[in-house]
Design a protein around this ligand. Structure first.
Ligand code: SAM
Ligand code: SF4
Length: 485
């Protein structure tokens, strides 16, 4: 798609607006015969910004304009985004007939906007701004404000002197068709696990020393993947021993292991997790329908999930999470409804509902290259049902994020029983909390306040386990320098 912008316009923002209407579109510098072209001009006029848009796709053209004045404490940039967003949104809607429930809110976490609005305005005014200025549907506006309220409550209880730890185990028993995470899943690559663990344990020791030097209190730990319970009992012991033996856990409030795949969960492994202080685990069905599980290459059945859930329940962890995905191949509204109903009957403390997202690395793309075009309204209904049913079963939405290329542009939402939220999930997504990470593909996020504003620095570990094994660069100096400056 060709993009021609005149005036002070954020290019990435316009690209993501266009992609909401035309999934999978790309914006190369040179394109011989583009399917679409977007011209946008922004000019300052009468104390506001006028945006004019001409959007052509195949043989159709839409011409629109929008005028916005800075209000509600908006910066110039935000006013410009608002005018440009409205003009492009109207044109996209005219060309496709699509109503996007998230309106022009893209490229920013919706709950961050919600929290900013709630800090200055009443609930009603904030809701009004989300619906009329950002064009959110009423339901999404309510979701955003509920999440914002819960997130703000959690974030306000952690100061600059706290931090979290993420540990990456990028191995899985087999690779699911839809998965976009980097994870090793063949017997040959499993041979790397012992040396991976050895390296990880020494990184954990180093990070523990660094945390000590920064004087921060470690409040949450999250071991994720991949599937950490791909490790056998002895390997889990080695990992947990390194954590418990290296870090000061005096202030630790939460310790999660994303077990995830039911076919990796055994009583022996859970006993080890409990023994080392793990208090929250995930056991993920994704969908409670064997036909869907087969179609997505999940390599376990619904019965396997129930079996794993029973073993997990018997261990009495503080909190159990179940991950679900809306919009999977072969899933229908009726079938997803039944999944949610069955999950509610189990009554886990947390339920996370993801919108199916197709990323370039997912194997499913090889078999179905048209998947971006699928606009299945049953996914929208399924997401709405999840919201209604979980709320009426005593859950609250407490964190959320949006990804690119999700079915019907839907979001990912974490629901919790009151007081049982996973604090790590909220802290790691905020711009106000330091997260130290260990292992391949992990990102350390350093945060400090300068003149009341957050400064953020990210340090990326090598993506793949074999690269990680070859990396010998210590990040200690860089991390300590960030906090000293
Ligand atoms: C990092 S994965 C690991 C969880 C664990 N390995 C498992 O599969 O149960 C975390 C969650 O992301 C979600 N997920 C993975 N790929 C996805 C995709 N393409 N679209 C939407 N959600 C996805 C799944 O719900 C999954 O449980
Ligand atoms: S969905 Fe989970 S189990 Fe499946 S490949 Fe991805 S990380 Fe591994």
């Amino acid at each position: 798609m060709r993009l021609i912008l005149e005036g002070k316009i954020n290019k990435t923002y316009v690209q993501s607006l266009c992609m909401m209407f035309f999934h999978g579109e790309k914006f190369p510098e040179i394109e011989k015969n583009p399917r679409g072209a977007v011209f946008v001009r922004a000019t300052e006029q009468n104390g506001g910004i006028l945006a004019e848009c001409e959007f052509t796709y195949l043989d159709k053209t839409a011409k629109t304009s929008a005028f916005c004045v800075g209000e509600d404490g908006d910066s110039y940039e935000r006013t410009s985004k608002c005018a440009v967003g409205k003009a492009v949104y109207q044109a996209g809607r005219e060309l496709t007939g699509k109503e996007i429930p998230w309106g022009i809110l893209t490229g920013i976490r919706p709950s961050k906007v919600g929290a900013q609005l709630l800090s200055s305005f009443s609930y009603e005014k904030a809701r009004d701004i989300l619906i009329n200025k950002y064009l959110l549907s009423e339901k999404k506006a309510e979701l955003v404000l509920s999440v914002a309220k819960n997130e703000t409550k959690i974030l306000s209880s952690y100061g600059d002197d706290t931090c979290s730890l993420y540990v990456s185990i990028p191995f899985c028993p087999t690779r699911c068709e839809y998965c976009s995470f980097i994870s090793y899943a063949t017997p040959k690559l499993f041979q790397l696990i012992p040396s991976y663990l050895e390296k990880l344990c020494s990184e954990l020791k180093e990070k523990a020393e660094i945390i000590k030097k920064t004087g921060k209190k470690l409040v949450t730990i999250y071991i994720g993947g991949g599937t950490p319970t791909t490790l056998d009992v002895e390997q889990l012991k080695i990992l947990l021993e390194a954590i418990v033996g290296s870090f000061d856990l005096t202030h630790l409030e939460e310790f999660t292991v994303e077990a995830g795949r039911p076919d990796t969960i055994t009583k022996e492994k859970l006993d080890v997790l409990k023994e080392y202080g793990v208090r929250r685990v995930s056991v993920n069905p994704q969908a409670l329908n064997d036909e869907v599980l087969l179609a997505i290459g999940r390599h376990h059945t619904v019965a396997d999930f129930y079996n794993a859930y029973e073993i997990v329940s018997a261990e009495q962890f503080d909190s159990v999470n179940t991950d679900l995905i809306v919009g999977l191949s072969r899933d229908t509204y009726e079938s997803f409804k039944s999944t949610i109903d069955k999950i509610c009957a189990l009554d886990p403390q947390n339920v996370t509902v993801h919108a199916f997202s197709v990323k370039k690395s997912a194997r499913i793309l090889e078999n179905d290259s048209q998947i971006y075009e699928k606009q299945d309204t049953s996914a929208v209904l399924s997401m709405e049902y999840a919201y209604e049913r979980l709320i009426s079963s005593g859950y609250e939405p407490y964190y959320m994020y949006r990804q690119k290329n999700t079915v019907c542009d839907l979001e990912n939402v974490g629901y919790t029983k009151i007081g049982k939220e996973c604090r790590y999930n909220v802290l790691m997504m905020s711009d106000s909390h330091t997260v130290f990470s260990c292992g391949a593909g992990a990102t350390t996020k350093l945060v400090k306040k300068i003149d009341g504003k957050e400064a953020i620095s990210r340090i990326f570990s090598p993506k793949y386990p074999y690269e990680y094994l070859q990396d010998n660069q210590s990040k200690e100096k860089e991390i300590l320098a960030f906090f000293e400056k």
